[in-house]
Design a protein around this ligand. Sequence first.
Ligand SMILES: NC(=O)c1ccc[n+]([C@@H]2O[C@H](COP(=O)([O-])OP(=O)(O)OC[C@H]3O[C@@H](n4cnc5c(N)ncnc54)[C@H](O)[C@@H]3O)[C@@H](O)[C@H]2O)c1
Length: 310
Amino acid sequence: MFSRTSRLLSSHASKAAKFHTSAPISHGIKRVGVIGSGQMGLGIAMVAANVARLPVVIMDVNKEQIDKGIKFMDKLLEKDVGKSKITSEHAQGTKDLVSTTQTLKDLRDVDIVIEAASENLAIKTALFADLDKECKPDAILATNTSSISITKIAAATSRAHQVIGMHFMNPVPVMKLVEIIPGLATTDNIVQTTKELATSMGKTTTVVQDVPGFVANRLLMPYINEAVLLLENSWASAEDIDTTMKLGMNMPMGPLTLADFIGLDTCLAIMKVIHENTGDTKYRPSVLLQKYVDAGWLGKKSGRGFYSYK
Ligand SMILES: NC(=O)c1ccc[n+]([C@@H]2O[C@H](COP(=O)([O-])OP(=O)(O)OC[C@H]3O[C@@H](n4cnc5c(N)ncnc54)[C@H](O)[C@@H]3O)[C@@H](O)[C@H]2O)c1
């Protein structure tokens, strides 16, 4: 493991800053593993360390992405120190709680893994089959999938009763909600532990059924897709579509800006899962959305989507 060091964990934990200390909660989780250091994985690792004050190991296959993610987290922490939201000691404590690795073997002693790799069934089932072998038998295996069946992911393991959906919202440090999604076999005590962990991260939870898109994306993605269909048909410009929803409906950002922010590859993957798994043509992804993804125009993260971010 190439490490960001997890030294002095207990002393940093006890120095939790006034603004970000959560009440002690008896979830029993002592160490967290996060897979993926993209925008979601990084955010989840950050709240686990910065708010719940738990040691976190981030695993990603892409070293460049890990370095980029850690740099971004440091920037966010510095910003919070600048705004007096946390002390510099607290920020340093958070940094010391986070370590990184490129191998799953370094997750062998964590109590929960929260997987936030790309929204792709093959990637997730392969990861869960490997996690099942590498992690200790009582470890909870959670996924941050936006839409893929928890039951299907759980079936790749021999511990389906300990597999659960833990769906954070973007950006994780800001958004309050975590959707908790039990799979068909998930036991009540795993649901309870996961809810308590989310609460210790400063989040509010809902528990929803394992249906395509769950609740958040079953509502959000058809809305975004409809905005892309308007654009695809040249019925309005991107700016006018977004302005309509911002000024007309008081949305904090327009649907196309939001899609760029989420990642157009992620939006497309979610629409495909909802479409394929319901068989309902009303969820057919827009051709234009597919074209943008084919072109590598993935939104903010690639520098170009419906808008330019150069
Ligand atoms: N973007 C959002 O707004 C949002 C919101 C909620 C949930 N999610 C879900 O969170 C997950 C991650 O989304 P994201 O937006 O952070 O994606 P992202 O593209 O920003 O990051 C994905 C990361 O996963 C890594 N990865 C890919 N395969 C891997 C593997 N086999 N092992 C380890 N790491 C691997 C990639 O290197 C990359 O760093 C997806 O399942 C997505 O649906 C996304």
